[in-house]
Design a protein around this ligand. Structure first.
Ligand SMILES: Nc1ncnc2c1ncn2[C@@H]1O[C@H](COP(=O)(O)OP(=O)(O)OP(=O)(O)O)[C@@H](O)[C@H]1O
Ligand SMILES: [Mg+2]
Length: 175
């Protein structure tokens, strides 16, 4: 059975389902689970607003952000426009990534997975996921069929499609 499972999350509802699915398999078979996230770019702001836990993430990021807020900003967009430099923006993106990974790990633990690693990586999402899978020697990649993208004319998200096409191991795309 699978010994080494990689699940990829962009913070979307479907990716959360993928985390649950991968965790259930890992818990059942005692597999190691790596939770991977390819850090978003500031150009993804519109998509970030659609994250499953956007509201919670805004509060968390506002607490940790390099500026002080009296009340959390209303949207992730506000949070980004408040950043005054590329360094601050990069820090915000890292904070969001860390929080996404931490939430996914908590969920995996709840489901009963013991051996869990978190990896935040940079790059184009599909390539970065494929590289990470190779690096850790994953024998299964689990991802959502769709993600944060808003282009609903596509039947399957482009990241999901590309990973499925190019991976050397089994790919499960959760719907
Ligand atoms: N930045 C990312 N980091 C980690 N996993 C990701 C990332 N982006 C996508 N994924 C994974 O791929 C799955 C499918 O997302 P995908 O991006 O292919 O769909 P989409 O966002 O609906 O479409 P598109 O991005 O092509 O507009 C997600 O559920 C998630 O598991
Ligand atoms: Mg996407």
């Amino acid at each position: 059975m699978n010994k080494n499972i990689l699940v990829a999350t962009d913070g979307s509802e479907t990716a959360s389902q993928a985390v649950d699915f991968a965790s259930e398999i890992a818990a059942k078979f005692g597999s190691a689970l790596t939770i991977g996230h390819v850090l978003h770019r500031s150009s993804d702001i519109d998509e970030l607003a659609h994250m499953a836990e956007a509201e919670h993430l805004i509060k968390h990021a506002a607490r940790e952000a390099p500026m002080t807020y009296e009340a959390p900003p209303a949207t992730i967009g506000t949070l980004f426009t408040d950043m005054h430099s590329g360094v601050e923006t990069a820090r915000l993106i890292t904070l969001i990534g860390d929080e996404l990974l931490a939430r996914a790990e908590r969920r995996a633990r709840e489901i009963g997975v013991e051996n869990i690693a978190q990896r935040a990586v940079n790059g184009k999402p599909a390539d970065a996921i494929l590289d990470l899978a190779e690096e850790i020697g994953a024998d299964m990649i689990v991802l959502g069929h769709r993600g944060l993208g808003r282009v609903r004319t596509l039947v399957q998200g482009s990241v999901s499609q590309k990973v499925n096409q190019h991976a050397a191991c089994t790919v499960v795309s959760v719907r």
